[in-house]
Design a protein around this ligand. Structure first.
Ligand code: FE2
Length: 427
């Protein structure tokens, strides 16, 4: 089924529209008209997605009911030696998430964790901490669990390590990165997206984070690039929607906001710096990459007001919840127990949450390191990353806290490896 060439064009806003309700009304009407012009109704197209996603939800809940592990787990050694089986790859692509066992030696990860403590304590971070600077993690309280620290030796060593590059290349290669005569990204080169650290202490109570997703907000419907990326949802060829197709995702703009990510990430991820049991307030996902089609089409149904996008708006995290997405949520599944040195990954479009915990057993420490392959969008952002790196500043996607500017023992440019230099665009 291919789309007729005569479908009506969509209005688009390359910068955030001034009148959001008016723009939402306009784009929704145009998306509905475009689907109708393809010869199918919105309800019919949505029903196709609903069936596909419901089958995945049923399979996941049945797997869990049998007491089997939902999250795929792959040994680092198998990724490094190319010994990952076709079945494992198929499961990774079906679930869109992965635990890499033994990504780093446990002692290495524990050593990094200790060195981060030395780094922040030696620089009197806790005495100088001014409180959470954004509303996203603000609910965790004044005692920092999220450290707005980006340039420790530990973080940079992990980001520029061979082992990280190996796993990122493996994950990137799950995506279709060449089509229409364009190489959308380079799967072998990461852009070292700098992010923060979480260290949640033993005994902590945490409310967690509700189900949400991170790829964007209204820009997902309103910019030309994303309209092309999600073209199959709106042109009558919904069966061809492929959550692993990077086409048109790696150069377009994003609307600014406190929760934005300027980079294109194939997978979000973190590396464990402590052992964490599965019931200690850990990450959960709805492990269904194609659920994005459901999330994108759901606002077009009749029960959603014309100026409403199922709660999505600029400058706030994209919510997933009972009101509009209830059929997806039974699939929400937590990670298995992980040990320091394991890493955890999930497709950039997937719904995720962090479970609440009371009186946490052991520490809950992670370094956020995604897979953000080199592409026009990430190359553009890398200019501000280089500047932040050289001056010890907070990267421009994050609140301007700049704790590390005066810290003398942050990671030094002369300690960059080839991977690090390439990742920062210095070569
Ligand atoms: Fe998130």
């Amino acid at each position: 089924m291919t789309a007729p060439a005569t479908l009506p064009r969509l209005p688009h806003w390359e910068e955030q529209p001034a009148d959001l309700p008016a723009a939402i009304r306009e784009v929704k009407a145009a998306l509905r008209a475009r689907i109708a012009a393809s010869g199918r109704s919105v309800d019919e197209v949505f029903a196709v997605v609903e069936r596909r996603v419901q089958a995945a939800v049923d399979e996941i809940t049945a797997t869990r009911a049998r007491g089997e592990q939902v999250w795929p787990v792959i040994e680092y050694a198998d990724i490094a030696s190319g010994a990952v089986s076709a079945e494992q790859v198929a499961l990774l692509r079906r679930r869109g998430c992965l635990v890499v066992r033994g990504h780093f030696e446990r002692e290495q990860a524990l050593g990094w964790d200790r060195s981060i403590v030395d780094y922040v304590e030696g620089n009197h971070f806790f005495e100088n901490y001014r409180g959470p600077a954004d509303d996203f993690f603000g609910s965790v309280g004044s005692k920092p669990e999220i450290y707005p620290i980006y340039w420790s030796a530990a973080q940079m060593e992990a980001r520029q390590s061979e082992r990280m590059a190996t796993v990122q290349a493996f994950l990137n290669s799950q995506w279709k990165h060449e089509s229409e005569g364009v190489r959308w990204f380079d799967p072998e080169r990461d852009s070292l997206y700098p992010d923060r650290i979480r260290r949640r202490p033993e005994g902590a109570d945490s409310a967690g984070l509700g189900t949400h997703l991170d790829p964007g907000t209204l820009d997902l419907w309103m910019t030309q690039a994303y309209q092309q990326a999600f073209r199959h949802l709106f042109d009558g060829s919904v069966e061809q929607y492929d959550p692993w197709d990077a086409a048109h995702r790696t150069a377009g703009p994003q609307y600014p906001g406190s929760t934005m990510c300027s980079a294109f990430r194939t997978f979000q991820g973190w590396t464990a710096l402590s052992d964490m049991d599965h019931d200690q307030g850990v990450l959960h996902t709805v492990p269904i990459p194609e659920a994005m089609a459901y999330l994108m089409l759901r606002p077009l149904l009749d029960d959603v007001a014309d100026d409403e996008m199922c709660g999505v708006t600029v400058n706030q995290v994209f919510p997933a919840g009972d009101k509009y997405h209830a059929p997806l949520l039974p699939a929400l599944t937590g990670i298995p127990d992980v040990r320091a040195g394991d890493s955890v990954w999930w497709h950039c479009d997937m719904i995720h949450s962090v479970a609440p915990v009371e009186s946490q057993k052991g520490w809950g420490n992670v370094m956020y390191i995604p897979a953000a392959p080199w592409c026009p969008r990430n190359e553009q952002y890398s200019a501000s990353v280089r500047e932040a790196f050289l001056t010890g500043s907070s990267p421009s996607d994050f609140p301007a806290e700049h704790y590390e500017r005066t810290w003398l023992d942050r990671f030094r440019p002369e300690d960059l490896t080839d991977i690090g230099r390439r990742g920062l665009g210095l070569d």
